[in-house]
Design a binder for this molecule. Sequence first.
Ligand code: ADP
Ligand code: ZN
Ligand code: ZN
Length: 751
Amino acid sequence: MPSAPSRQGDGRAGPQAVRAVAVAVPVPYLDALTYLVPEGVPTPRPGVRVRVPLGRRSVVGMVLAQTSVAPGIEAKPVEAVIDAEPFVPPAVVELCQWVADYYVAGVGDAVGVAMPPGSRRQESAFRTMRVVHATAFGLDTARLGGEGLTAKQRGALEELAGASAGLPSRVLKDRGITPAVVSKLVSAGLAVVRAERDERDPLLADAAAAAEGEPPGLTPDQQSAFDTLHVLAATGAFRAAVLYGVTGSGKTEVYVRLAEAVCAAGRRVLVLVPEIALTPSAVTRFCRTFGGRVAVQHSGLSDGERHDQWHRIRRGEVDVVIGTRSAVFAPLDRLGLIIVDEEHDSSYKQEESPRYHGRDVAVMRASREGALVVLGSATPSLESFRNADTGRYARVSLDRRILDRPLASVRIVDMRDVFAAEGPDTVISPALAEAIGDRLSKGEQSLVLLNRRGWATSVFCRQCGTPMQCPHCSVSLTVHKGGRHKARCHYCDYAVIVPKQCPTCASPYMEQAGFGTERVEEEVARLFPEARVARIDRDAIRKRGALSSLLGRFAAGEIDVLVGTQMIAKGHDFPRVTLVGVISADVGLGLPDFRAAERTFQLLTQVAGRAGRGARVGEALIQTINPTHYSVELACRQDYPAFYEKEVAFRRAMQYPPLFALVNVIVRGPTEAEAMTAAHLLAKGLHPTEGFLVLGPAPAPLGRLRGEHRVQLFLKGPKRTDMRNALRRALDGLPELRRRVTVDVDPMTVL
Ligand code: ADP
Ligand code: ZN
Ligand code: ZN
């Protein structure tokens, strides 16, 4: 084999071998490519960015490893080495390679999530600003009273002399100092203008301002959870622990204290939260203890902000990084603790390549860096709880709410009875209406959940029965009242004005059925005209800042009833909420997805957990037509252990995760027949005698999406390695198919 390198990995070539590097390039599905290192150039280390030729283009890639090739092997040379030091820490580079391998993704995709925005374009992503500084001469002149200057110039010079770091020109403008005045000072040698990097600090200012007051002392329960976790952290070796703590049990305080202890021992901390909306409260809480040594990483920041925060982390200026999924790749070193809050949340899974799960990458990162990873939740994922059950992870529990506040009492409203008595269009049952009215009269707040947005969930013709479907996807269109009563596809955003006549039979009887959050909001407003009602769902928060402003208004008591989707169920701590109403517990139950029951249980338990977190007792009312379904019943009792037992038995019987590993493979094509043929080819290439099962190909539940037909294969077995290897081999043998195949290892949804 001529391509076998003589001495791999040490970067120095043997007598015949030529120095080379393995480079991740930003092209989907591609494995690492090998490039030669030009004579006289030191071999760049892993994590260094290089410019390399790719076809007729030139791209910025990242060195994964130093290697060598035998002379005569075709490889192009590196065009330029961009960084003197690794841009991404080598540990993170290795983590990316693990992600690419585990999730059967291209290594370029995996490296891409670890890089701050703009870092693959070669131009700098630094937003520079003009900063005006007084010169030494200027300082002297100011000290002597600004002789010979106009009043305006003197004023400006005094401002500058008082600002040791200089003043950005826009700040000067705000203070009424014109560019003309500035340029006069400059030409007199009294000031200079420099282009400087703008260290945008998007939320630390706000959060730090909010971070007042002393943190509370830990309760005995919290203290004992802390003690157990602290012992694990202090080992300095990889440990994983599930922190199972009921809603309102004070997990955050335990995280903060643990982080404090880890930092005191000279190591750093990464905190993951499932959603952007949950970062501000976490930042506030951590800033109270860590001051400015906190950075934030999430996609809600502008590219520039993200970039600046990333570099602060990279330079070692922070002890704590708080962020969403992709923050698991933050360039921290000396990592001692990773906290994954609300670890069960499916937002941790990225639904595009690389399809990684932030929690699982966190566990892998902790294991590689000898850190403790804490997975916190009131409704742990079956995966994590089972790992605790089998002893792979430690388990720490907080069984009671802070100050022994009771969990909300949960009542089921059987909607079958309500529909019989009140008519089938009833949105809010009399029981729920009464409960909301009661809270309004007491000045308390309510949350109303419906995990379905829009006004009506379908439009159909009453004469011929034809529903309005998306022309590109196999789903019916949802009517939205905002946006001029359009019918929209929630998958591809296709939208049409609802026609007056049926497009099929021309009858004038177009009817709407089903309802979403928009309708609920209106119903609440109709029943309680005096109430201040607002709504949070993906439509309501499209504008930047809308979500935090709504949450802020609710927290400040400016909203009485907040209607929303699962967004309002997560993690928030609103002490004045005493009522939670669930309009329909049934929304997710009908989905052909093996996680349907788990999702429903989590959602109901979590949303019920938003009630009664303050001094007053909370109540939850759950409307359902499935009152005896175990996920509904056990959520009402808030009995996670019982749900876990029941669900694990079901998964075992069905050979589903976490008892078996599952890979969902979707093959797409312009027609179902073509997708099916391709899927059969792939299935044949898998040779499923190798210790796993292949189920399918069969049409996917979501048979069409954005104009493409979708066919599905399940791979199931005890070991992922076998399935991954078989998939890689099969896909390598079918390169023309690669772009039409989506591989989802450990899928969170199988639609
Ligand atoms: P969880 O994340 O477990 O649902 P939180 O961490 O949000 O719970 O805490 C619930 C509430 O209890 C918060 O309002 C928090 O400020 C308060 N809290 C936490 N720990 C203490 C404590 N030791 N003493 C008093 N209040 C506390
Ligand atoms: Zn019709
Ligand atoms: Zn569509």
